[in-house]
Design a binder for this molecule. Structure first.
Ligand code: 5RP
Length: 260
């Protein structure tokens, strides 16, 4: 029931529900990972069931693939799709230029590959994700397990020369063991505090051997759908320079809340 959802969850839900309208029959759609993206997958599943929407989803993680299948969405691989019409995904932070930090859920590698192979990337987020400067949220980077401590040391050393406030890198854990991504890698979370030049950080970090990819999405996102706890949504399009507002109505007895 929506009455039991926190304001943040309501905000995530309305952003996802609004963004589900971007999906049209016949499209190939990148499906993001995380709690906001999970709302999107549920909203799209409802449209498949109730409105006969027909599209193919390209998931960005095994978690999302499983949920999409459970929701009755046809799932195909990126190699089958080749190119996508749109990718809709959450984010950990976004700034005024719609540059992002992603990877809080550990799926940044597939998320970046899928978003980059799309005509459009749409981010869905609650309003708290908007920041003036990226970096308060620790920047995830995916590293291969071989020699990860050497990679960690090299990353920290490299950060000294970059325009960031902090440089501590911590290995993400899953209980007592290192977190393992869908690509069997590890995640280092970089506690940068504030990133002065995100483009530079993204480029330099990726040059370090052992680093597979970083969670900075620079010039990839085209639109952001920002949700608020009272049902308002704001859609910002960075290319068109437009901002529009909507109010999403939802009933307390929406089917998708009942199995949460
Ligand atoms: C997963 C991600 C997520 O999109 C990001 O962490 C936001 O998650 P949530 O929607 O749960 O707040 O990048 O790798």
């Amino acid at each position: 029931m929506t009455g039991e959802l926190s304001p943040i969850d309501k905000a995530k839900f309305v952003a996802a529900k609004r963004a589900a309208d971007f999906v049209e029959d016949g499209m190939r759609v990148g499906l993001g990972t995380g709690s906001t993206a999970a709302w999107l997958v549920r909203c799209l599943g409802e449209k498949v069931r109730d409105e006969g929407l027909r599209f193919r989803g390209i998931p960005t993680s095994t978690r999302t693939a499983q949920l999409a299948r459970e929701m009755g969405i046809e799932v195909i691989s990126l190699d089958e799709a080749k190119w996508l019409d749109v990718t809709i995904d959450g984010a950990d932070e976004f700034d005024a230029d719609l540059n992002l930090i992603k990877g809080g859920g550990g799926a940044l590698l597939q998320e970046k590959i899928v978003a980059t192979a799309s005509d459009q990337m749409v981010v869905i987020a609650d309003a708290a994700k908007e920041v003036e400067h990226l970096g308060a949220f620790p920047l995830p980077i995916e590293v291969i397990p071989f020699g990860w401590q050497t990679t960690q040391a090299l990353v920290e050393e490299t950060l000294v020369a970059l325009d960031v406030m902090g440089r501590k890198a911590t290995l993400r854990m899953n209980g007592d063991a290192p977190f393992v991504t869908d690509e069997c890698n590890h995640i280092l979370d970089l506690h940068l505090g504030r990133i002065g030049n995100a483009r530079q950080v993204a480029m330099v970090i990726n040059q370090i051997p052992g680093v597979v990819e970083n969670g900075l999405f620079i010039d990839i996102c085209d639109q952001v759908v920002i949700g608020f706890g009272d049902g308002r949504v704001e859609v910002r399009d960075i290319n068109a320079g437009t901002v529009s507002e909507d109010q999403i109505e939802f009933a307390d007895d929406e089917n998708m809340f009942q199995d949460l």
